[in-house]
Design a binder for this molecule. Structure first.
Ligand code: PGA
Length: 256
C-alpha cells in the first residue's frame, strides 16, 4: 500500500480509550476544526473494536489515515483474541503500530516477536510504525542510545533494504510516556540524529532521509510546535492528548 505520508506526520494512539460511539463523537467535533488543506498527514490508531466506526466517521476526508494498534504475526489461525495484518488491511487500515513500550512491558513482547510482526505487516502491504525507546534507568545508566540501537537492530537485521525503507519509526522514551515529562527538544534532537545516522549506515543516507522519525511521550498542544521544529523530528505520536478533539486539532495545526 502506498500512501503519501507528507510531513509532519501527526499520529494519535488512542490506546484502550474511545468506544465506537465515543469515536463517532470525537470525529464530529474534530473534523470541523481541521483545516481544509492540511499541512501534513494525520493518522489515528483507534482500538480495534472502534476501528470501523472511526474510519466511517471520517469518510473520504483527504489527509486522514488509519492504523491498528497491534497485530499477530500469523495471517490466520486458532489464536483467540488476536487480529492479523491482512484482516486489518481488509478493514481499511494502512498502518500498524508495533513495538510500543506498553506492548513490550505489559504484554512481554520480545524483539523476535516484533520482527515477526513487522514482517507480517509488510507482507500484508501495510506500513509498520515501529516504536523504540529507553527506560529511565537505562537513560540514567548512560545506555539510552545503545538500547534504542539494539531495538532497531533487532528488526532491521531481518529485513531486506527495500523493506526497511517502508518503515516509520517513533522514538518514545518510556519515562516520557503518560508521565507529563517530555524529552527536551535537545534530547529529542540528539536521539533522532543518532537514529538517522544509524539508518544511514545501514541503508544509505538517501533512503534513511526518507524514513520519517516521530517523537512520542507527553506531546501536548503546548509543546508540539517546538518539537516539530526540532531537526530530524518528522512528526509526533500522541497518546493522551489525541483523545481530546480540540487539543489534537491544535497539534495538527501546530505548523500550519
Ligand atoms: P502519551 O503517550 O502521549 O500519553 O505520553 C504516547 C504513546 O504512548 O504513544
Amino acid at each position: 500500500m502506498t500512501i503519501n505520508l507528507q510531513r509532519p506526520v501527526l499520529a494519535g494512539n488512542w490506546k484502550m480509550y474511545h468506544t465506537p460511539a465515543e469515536s463517532r463523537k470525537f470525529f464530529s467535533e474534530f473534523l470541523p476544526l481541521l483545516p481544509e488543506r492540511l499541512n501534513g498527514t494525520v493518522i489515528f490508531f483507534p482500538p480495534a473494536i472502534s476501528f470501523s466506526e472511526a474510519l466511517h466517521s471520517v469518510g473520504d476526508r483527504g489527509g486522514v489515515h488509519f492504523g491498528i494498534q497491534n497485530v499477530h504475526w500469523e495471517q490466520q489461525g486458532a489464536y483467540t483474541g488476536e487480529t492479523s495484518a491482512i484482516m486489518a488491511r481488509d478493514a481499511g487500515a494502512e498502518l500498524v503500530l508495533v513495538g510500543h513500550s506498553e506492548r513490550r512491558q505489559l504484554f512481554g513482547e520480545t524483539d523476535e516477536e516484533i520482527l515477526q510482526k513487522v514482517q507480517a505487516i509488510l507482507a500484508a502491504g501495510l506500513i509498520p510504525l515501529l516504536c523504540v525507546g529507553e527506560t529511565l534507568q537505562e537513560r540514567e545508566d548512560g545506555r539510552a542510545v545503545q538500547v534504542v540501537q539494539g531495538q532497531l537492530s533487532a528488526v532491521f537485521h531481518g529485513l531486506a533494504s527495500e523493506e526497511a525503507q517502508q518503515l516509520l519509526i517513533a522514538y518514545e522514551p518510556v519515562w516520557a510516556i503518560g508521565t507529563g515529562k517530555t524529552a527536551s527538544p535537545r534530547d529529542a534532537e540528539e536521539m533522532h540524529g543518532r537514529i538517522r545516522q544509524w539508518l544511514s549506515e545501514r541503508i544509505g543516507s538517501g533512503p534513511a532521509a526518507d524514513i520519517s522519525i516521530l517523537y512520542g511521550g507527553s506531546v501536548k498542544p503546548e509543546n508540539a510546535g517546538e518539537l516539530l521544529r526540532t531537526s530530524n523530528v518528522d512528526g509526533v505520536l500522541v497518546g493522551g492528548a489525541s483523545l481530546d478533539p480540540a487539543g489534537f486539532a491544535r497539534i495538527c495545526t501546530a505548523l500550519s
